[in-house]
Design a protein around this ligand. Sequence first.
Ligand code: UGA
Length: 469
Amino acid sequence: MKLSVLGTGYVGLVTAACFAELGHRVVGVDKNPEVIAKLTAGIPTIYEPGLEELLVTNTRTGRLRFTTSVNDAMEHGEVVFLCVGTPSLSNGDVDLSQVDEIVHSIAPLLIGYKLIVEKSTVPVTTAHRIYSAVRRVVGDKHGFDLASNPEFLREGSAIRDFLHPDRIVIGADADRARERLLELYRGDFDCPILVTDIKTAELIKHASNAFLAARISFINMVADLCERLDVDVGTLARGMGMDSRIGPRFLEAGLGYGGSCFPKDIRAFTKIAEGAGLDFALLREVERINNERVPRLLGKIGQALSTIRGKVIGVLGTAFKPNTDDIREAPSLKVIPALKEAGGILRVYDPHASWNIARVHPPDDQLCYVASVYEAAQGANGLVVLTDWEEFRSLDFQTIRDLMRTPIIIDGRNLFTPQAMREQGFDYYSMGRSDAIAGSTGPEPARVGSGDLKSALPESPAYRSGQGT
Ligand code: UGA
């Protein structure tokens, strides 16, 4: 099938590359000529495992090409996917300006029948808004349909998620649209395909992300309880997850959710409910609990190092999750400035995201970026784990201990076993496990141990009220 993908961010690029890989002829559009030049040369603009191979192969065969011309894309595609960004406004509402802009530019170019498909995460009834905007331009002259086909890709495993999804959701109100999308997906995918109306499909996406975020905040709250009761949250989560009604995934306690999706989608879903006259207080609580995770970690760092001023701290991981270079809403964005402000000297390492974080926090006399965990450990008073990169799981701890000034690890992602770390000679702090308070005297939660760090903590209601640790 001839497909056009408007927007070459995460979703657009993965969608374009994967459909081309499945044999479709795909044109990807972006208004930034530099982005198009790179993609045309087979160079991905984001780090995503497997993406480069797909780009190179499919641009070479000609099944995939990129352009800045919306005109070209509209001539080419029978099905046109809208994959532009839908960020948050400061009040939590979704900023639909990019959607409006692209719709405004494609509407006059509609000739013959086209199916326009929302793939970006949008508030329920956005399709209606798009329909009205296009109709205003084309009147009754040209046939077109709208559909919603939300994506459920996770950064870091987006290619696999696209090619082997748990389910495909097709939201269409017209038979022709439904049939065309079924034709596109049938055959290549062996997962269930749920066909709904457009509004339901739009809502499924927001409800799914909100539910996953709620699981994460739930387990993080339980983690805090575990610390008080001397229980290991990992074992507890395993016990919960063995119940097939609960399942094991998205029960990893630690620093909470970040990234470009959950934080904005939780806020948007709360606002959507508000717009419909409902107070979705549960989601506000999910967000509040999530906002307390970084202050809690900072409290543990303060406790472990006594004082931050003048201490050398190795920071492991700056991406919001492993296998991506994305730092949007990553804990590192808060932890790095807080530790600097408290007087820490930071040696920061991330396998792929250092470049991105360095643009926000450039190196200076308190901050340098290094090329390995071992360099980060050199002369360090403590190591702080912020991202659960796989390579951190198989380190030579003997060497790390020898490199460090004091062998202290504060693990925001529960990567290691407390007992194993103790046996290797480390003071080890983690999230929601009894050993997180090793060295302290009882089942009280970790407290901020230094006045200097406390004053450097980012704005957080919980922290301001002194409950953040
Ligand atoms: C998320 C959803 O998982 C995708 O299904 C969805 O398509 C995507 O948002 C989107 O809306 O575009 P993503 O943000 O890439 O995907 O990453 P996740 O794997 O969901 O992780 C989100 C955050 O939750 C990360 O910060 C991760 O560290 C954290 N997390 C995840 C936990 O703290 N605990 C867990 O058990 C799982």
